[in-house]
Design a protein around this ligand. Structure first.
Ligand SMILES: Cc1cc2nc3c(=O)[nH]c(=O)nc-3n(C[C@H](O)[C@H](O)[C@H](O)COP(=O)(O)OP(=O)(O)OC[C@H]3O[C@@H](n4cnc5c(N)ncnc54)[C@H](O)[C@@H]3O)c2cc1C
Length: 472
């Protein structure tokens, strides 16, 4: 029987996997995963993502009856070696869109074809290929609303998910164990990290089903309230391809109201929009999308950066978000926007510093969504928020977490504080603080900066940037 490699990458699932289905049709399948930090270089996965990946690969291997062949190194060398050694007739994979992967995959495809090997890639992690969704004049979209309008009105609807294929495995044992990838470091933080977080295809499907049955109703409003369970928490599963966006897109129809379904589809489309931005701007992680911001006086270092990273800013909603991130590898979208705005606007720190911290600590860290979102908050991105829109963490906390149910989960030291002061403990009278068992500066920090003053500095910096640009 002819043999085919299915090369798993960001498609760690068996169902709705077009490349795997093609491999199964072709012949006996050798499922392969390669941790390619060589080609990834500076874009190699961060620490939290690696732990998620480890758990996900273990689950995938179980579904593949222990047949997953795992390697570490340069895929451009490993795959051609396997092809020669095991007389492989074809190599199939699903497309991934980080610039380094695209470069490598193109090289791989032409090298294999030159060897006379069938090499085919498929669309599996996006609803629409970025090159099919451009403006009528052929240029890429820079604004979300027309992008989404064109996607939803002019493009064919996303295909229904494919069934899991019947697979005959080739009888080959060539790889190394998943443990040898050392994805989980031998460090304190990693020991219990994600221990209770279900990973893998079945868990992703259960997560989606739970969301569709329980969270989708009220999604449009509830998705902004971090204490509520109105978001899917599918981002890591979507990033690693434990579930396809098509699956999520179609499942939403089962029980959502038209406006909740539309809103969920819109959020999935933000993921597509970010990828489209990255596709047309491969330097998105490093360069301002709007070059006017090259003259912005960002701070590369800040003596109190650690207080932002560790959730010790003295602003409870920010500290809750940053602690949630560090402890669980995930943060609610509304809170991501608040903490990012605080870093780039109140602290005037370069968005790339925040992007790098998220890259290391998020289990859903995604090259496109992370850099596009950071740039969006910083004002330098596509369809960016106007620069003067600076989130006030007190007002945001009072609006989106009014009873503190979210904040107190991660900042329990303020448990006894009356709700009126929860998001601004420094305004509580001394006797109230004392009765609540809070000594500011001891149990919980004083605010690390003055909001009004830092807002003024941000706006001045913006004016300075504008002046420099008009002088150039
Ligand atoms: C500063 C910042 C950094 C971010 N970094 C990442 C990142 O590295 N990886 C990542 O997946 N998302 C990132 N996001 C987007 C968003 O916060 C997460 O996708 C969302 O919180 C994931 O939770 P969920 O799965 O419950 O979302 P849901 O509300 O259930 O949405 C469903 C899916 O839609 C996609 N989605 C939703 N909102 C967005 C958005 N604004 N941009 C892009 N895709 C979206 C995600 O894939 C998500 O899983 C970032 C946002 C900000 C403000």
């Amino acid at each position: 029987m002819t043999r085919a490699i299915h090369w798993f990458r960001q498609d760690l699932r068996l169902s709705d996997n077009p490349a795997l289905s093609a491999a199964a049709r072709f012949g006996a399948v050798i499922p392969v995963y390669i941790l390619d930090d060589v080609q990834a270089g500076e874009d190699a996965m961060g620490a939290a993502s690696r732990v998620w990946l480890h758990k996900s690969l273990m689950k995938l291997n179980e579904s593949l009856e222990g047949k997953l062949q795992v390697f570490c190194g340069d895929a451009r060398k490993i795959i051609p070696n396997l092809v020669q050694e095991w007389q492989i007739g074809a190599v199939f994979w699903n497309r991934a869109y980080e610039p380094w992967r695209m470069r490598r995959d193109q090289q791989m495809k032409s090298a294999l074809k030159q060897q006379g090997i069938r090499a085919e890639s498929f669309q599996a992690s996006l609803l629409w290929e970025p090159w099919t969704l451009s403006k009528p004049d052929g240029t890429p979209y820079k604004v979300f609303t027309p992008f989404y309008r064109r996607a939803s009105l002019d493009m064919p609807p996303p295909r229904e998910p494919l069934a899991q294929p019947d697979i005959s495995f080739a009888d080959i044992d060539a790889g190394q164990g998943i443990d040898t990838l050392k994805l989980v470091p031998d460090q304190d933080w990693a020991r219990d990290f994600l221990a209770d977080e279900p990973c893998g295809e079945q868990a992703a499907q259960a997560r989606l089903q739970h969301f569709v049955e329980n969270g989708l109703k009220g999604y449009k409003e509830g998705r902004d309230r971090p204490a509520l369970s109105n978001v899917s928490r599918l981002s890591s599963a979507l990033h690693f391809g434990e579930i396809s966006p098509n699956h999520a897109y179609h499942a939403a129809y089962i029980s959502g109201s038209p406006s909740d379904v539309e809103h969920f589809h819109k959020e999935l489309a933000w993921r597509e929009f970010s990828l489209s931005i990255l596709y047309y701007n491969p330097e998105l992680r490093r360069k301002n999308f709007n070059p006017a911001f090259d003259h912005f006086p960002w701070r590369q270092k800040h003596p109190k950066l650690w207080r932002w990273q560790m959730g010790q800013t003295g602003y409870p909603i920010i500290d809750a978000g940053m602690r949630q991130l560090y402890q669980t590898g995930w943060m609610h979208n509304r809170v991501r926007m608040i903490v990012a705005s605080f870093l780039v606007k109140n602290m005037l720190v370069d968005w790339r510093v925040g992007e790098a911290w998220f890259w290391d600590t998020l289990s859903d860290a995604d090259h496109a969504s992370n850099s596009a979102s950071w740039q969006w908050v910083a004002g330098s991105g596509a369809d960016g928020a106007p620069y003067f829109r600076i989130f006030n963490p007190v007002l945001q906390g009072e609006k989106f977490d009014p009873d503190g149910a979210y904040t107190l989960r991660y900042v329990p030291e303020l448990q006894e504080l009356p709700k009126d002061f929860l998001h601004k403990p420094w305004q509580a009278p001394k006797n109230v603080l004392r009765e609540s068992g809070v000594a500011l500066g001891e149990d919980y920090p004083h605010p690390m900066l003055d909001l009004a003053e830092s807002r003024r500095s941000a706006l001045e910096a913006f004016e300075m940037m504008k002046a420099m640009n008009s002088a150039c």
